[in-house]
Write a protein that binds this ligand. Sequence first.
Ligand SMILES: [Zn+2]
Length: 136
Amino acid sequence: MADKPFRVLPKLTPQNEHFWCGGAQGELRFLRCNPCGEYIHPPSPRCPKCLGKDIEISAVSGRAQVATYTLNYQPWVPSSDHPYVIAIVEIEEQPSLRLMTNIVNCPAEEVQIGMAVQVIFEEHEDVHIPVFEPRR
Ligand SMILES: [Zn+2]
């Protein structure tokens, strides 16, 4: 990505570092409950499904589909391209696992609900922001 858009970066903590830094290894990582297999996001010390505490970090494929989206035309920051796409994507391994993200490397007008997308990472120092591009 030639020009990185302005981002307010997250504060890294021991609880969220796997998510924000996994992109350094090209991995989209979530917490996952061992007994029931539920992916957990945002990070939580207990599984919301079975209330278990046996949780570990697990990478997913990075494949997802667009659940919904909107186009932003407001130039909140002068450097970014307009319009840009703000989307909620469903992670392939668990559709209830949803991320608010941007769809990139695609004309905004071509984004559709149900579109197959793949994660890529936008690097800002230690933080790797997961964004999604069309899966080809
Ligand atoms: Zn569980």
